[in-house]
Design a protein around this ligand. Sequence first.
Ligand SMILES: [Zn+2]
Ligand SMILES: [Zn+2]
Length: 112
Amino acid sequence: MSDRSAPPAIELCCPDCPICREETSYEDSAFECQPCNAYWPNGVGEPGEWLEPDAEQCEAEIQPLLGNPYADKELQATVERCILDDGHDGDHRAANGLDSWPSRPDTEGTPA
Ligand SMILES: [Zn+2]
Ligand SMILES: [Zn+2]
């Protein structure tokens, strides 16, 4: 008999959301990001799913490389559309997980 106490409880560390880069939460055996309305029931390395698959997609678009001197004309013309639900809170997010831009009704889709 040892009076040595057991190691303390371990905590699951969740991966960052690939859309907004905030830490996901673990719900019902899937990682989930509430702000993005997305979850990943197919495991790590697989695309996720939307919590509300019937929700309309946000209409906001941006040309993240427009005016970038290092991008050629074709890249500059690339349009990224926000992949979040229509009417979401916070910044718009591109599907590449890299570009985000603030939602401002008067300058919608225009890079700052
Ligand atoms: Zn997220
Ligand atoms: Zn959006």
